[in-house]
Design a protein around this ligand. Sequence first.
Ligand code: NAD
Length: 480
Amino acid sequence: MAQPFDYAPAPESRSVVDIRSSYGLFIGGEFVDPVAGRSFKTLNPATEEVLAEVSDADDADVDRAVGAARRAFTRVWSRMSGRDRSKYLFRIARVLQERGRELAVLESIDNGKPIKESRDVDVPLAAQWFFYYAGWADKLDYALPGRPGPPRPLGVAGQVIPWNFPLLMLAWKIAPALACGNTVVLKPAETTPLTALLFAEICQQADLPAGVVNIVTGAGATGRALVAHEDVDKVAFTGSTDVGKSIARAVAGTRKKVTLELGGKGANIVFDDAPLDEAVEGVVNGIFFNQGQVCCAGSRLLVQESVADDVLDRLKHRMATLRVGDPLDKNTDVGAINSAEQLTRIRELSASGDSEGAERWSPPCDLPAHGFWFPPTIFTGVSQAHRIAREEIFGPVLSVLTFRTPGEAVDKANNTPFGLSVGVWSDKGSRIMGAAGRLRAGVVWANTFNRFDPGSPFGGYQESGYGREGGRHGLAAYLR
Ligand code: NAD
């Protein structure tokens, strides 16, 4: 569709970040070389440029990191008053804000997400998470009424996070753990380690006692070693359902506490009385935010049959205005897919939509010649049996289904092995409440989507995992 005018390029400067050619592991408050000296490369997914060599931690390195975390727990952090712990968390939160631009640019370079998202969502929310849990650190006695005895930390937390919100997932993991008096060893995803390593520098800047936060980089084997380490008291994992299941098996029968935040196949339900332009904005946000690489993405649109044509027209019109391209351009709406592997998965699942008879549509858009790209895409004529209606695509691909009655909408939304998020769009509060009460999802958003607040618990049912992050519930996961 012809645009009324074109946007001039508005690139954010890279000069604010200083990417080192190689990074060690952050253990015991300092950067150290890995024992075996192995490393891997992290790429800019928008250009395929190599950004840095990053250490590949093995069992011996994980053991060192857990040892450092244990010493810091026993000698310093668990003995410190909540008031003093909160001062460190407030300090980290303020440094995250002060260095926000640097963090946002680095996140967009390493992950491929548009700068307007890293700048306006990831980094501010990460700071908010630290502010919020800083506020709880000296009030734990009042956080969870009815629990016997004083709140006691668990010990050393082993935390493994994915690549879609690298800094934000780090904040979700580290802030509540530290507020409760635990120490941590965190493993970022292998394709997005750089903001976690910058966070390590921020811990140094905030004078956080050595060993309270340790960052070990590496791939699945490093995560496995961390989860399996016998001196880890708590495992917190965010990632795919398959790996989550293998972690649940690995810790079964041990004393370790576990929280699993896994995949999703969220639905956006649009009723015929919904404000349709707002609903279309919500649908676009639900599936194209972060290129759809969001666990709670609204990857299924359930639209009431009587307004389906109208909604689809408006949706296509809106999609034609999305700007796909350079993640560092402030006008960009849809950035790069995080990795070649993820792009392959999106292509493969989309091809199954074609072969199973759904109809694919994307607005005309020029994709850059290098890097990993996929255009915003919708599939119509989707049935519940199609793979694209059942499996998590984790990309900018929306499956459109229709319904006639509220009951059918709820049944279709619930017809998934997952249970993380649903959005309901309607003018009537009674209709929203009626549906919300019957939807099996950890989060139900009403006339909005992808709203996150540190005070609000987040988590899933069924194959979307168990345990909650955020709010007071998020503290319970880190206390005895
Ligand atoms: P992934 O499961 O492949 O990897 C996640 C992390 O686990 C990475 O750091 C990886 O190195 C590590 N890992 C891999 N194998 C491991 C093992 N055997 N033991 C321990 N650690 C291991 O997932 P991904 O592709 O990085 O992330 C995408 C997935 O994450 C999607 O399914 C998405 O829905 C999910 N996710 C969920 C939430 C949530 O809160 N529910 C949030 C973000 C992402």
